[in-house]
Design a protein around this ligand. Structure first.
Ligand code: 13P
Length: 256
């Protein structure tokens, strides 16, 4: 049984006071009321160390939003997976559609970043998803399949013995659903997640392929979370806007 993961991608939002307060409030709620899911926050880089302190001992996990492929070196403005781990991260989001679009990241680069995450002991959350044009052209599954085949690590990720799942997470985020208020229908989500599951089992074998959590992302809100989280092979959510509001993020976790 895969325990659900509710991950907050803060993107480029949050200054120190608000970000630390938000993380601290979430940590306080998790300590007071053991949630039924795993919570993860992925703040912008300048907040990582302060947020690590704010969530210490609460069970809330910390993640970065990207990493470089190298461990160190002359790469101005970049951050390595080792640096994220050093800041207290256990996770890193890779290949988000905003990075694929804004920074021209290819699936092969995302795969190299996933290898860097593994080297540093981080769990990579590898994002895939089709654009509106690709869905309208009936190519959603084809696009997602090639992103999965080309972005995920070549070698099987480690699996933890129980609910914690594997040291790899896949996030299905239809590009047209991100920040738009539009969400994929439960039947579309079910179709895509089942297809990703089939690919994971093909790539890594039944045990590992079944242990990898597959998140849905794209306008997840308290009002649609329960319906989405009930879909087969949906093992949690990657939440953007609603992760910046404590009550909304908590309510999404409560829907698991
Ligand atoms: P929204 O929840 O704001 O649509 O963002 C989704 C997302 O991109 C999470 O990575």
């Amino acid at each position: 049984m895969r325990r659900k993961l509710i991950a907050g991608n803060w993107k480029m939002n949050g200054l120190r006071a608000g970000g630390i307060a938000l993380a601290g409030d979430l940590a306080g709620k998790c300590k007071a009321e053991a949630p039924n899911c795993d919570f993860l926050v992925c703040p912008p880089a300048h907040l990582l160390i302060s947020v690590a302190e704010a969530i210490a001992g609460s069970g809330v996990a910390l993640g970065g939003q990207d990493c470089h492929t190298a461990a160190s070196g002359a790469h101005t403005g970049d951050m390595s997976a080792e640096m994220l781990a050093d800041a207290g991260c256990g996770f890193v989001i890779l290949g988000h559609s905003e990075r694929r679009a804004d920074h021209g990241e290819s699936s092969s680069l995302v795969r190299a970043k996933a290898a860097a995450a593994e080297r540093a002991g981080l769990t990579a959350i590898v994002c895939v998803g089709e654009t509106a044009d690709e869905r309208e052209a009936g190519k959603a599954l084809e696009v997602i399949e090639s992103q999965v085949r080309e972005s995920l690590p070549e070698t099987a990720p480690e699996t933890a013995p129980e609910a914690a799942g594997a040291s790899l997470v896949v996030a299905y985020e239809p590009v047209w659903a991100i920040g738009t208020g539009l969400t994929a229908t439960p039947s579309d989500v079910a179709e895509v997640h089942a297809h990703i599951r089939k690919l994971l089992v093909e790539l890594y074998g039944n045990d590992t392929g079944s242990a990898i959590r597959i998140l849905y992302g794209g306008s997840v809100k308290p009002g649609n979370a329960a319906e989405l989280m009930a879909v087969g092979d949906v093992d949690g959510a990657l939440v953007g806007g609603a992760s910046l509001k404590l009550d909304d993020f908590w309510a999404i976790g409560r829907s698991c």
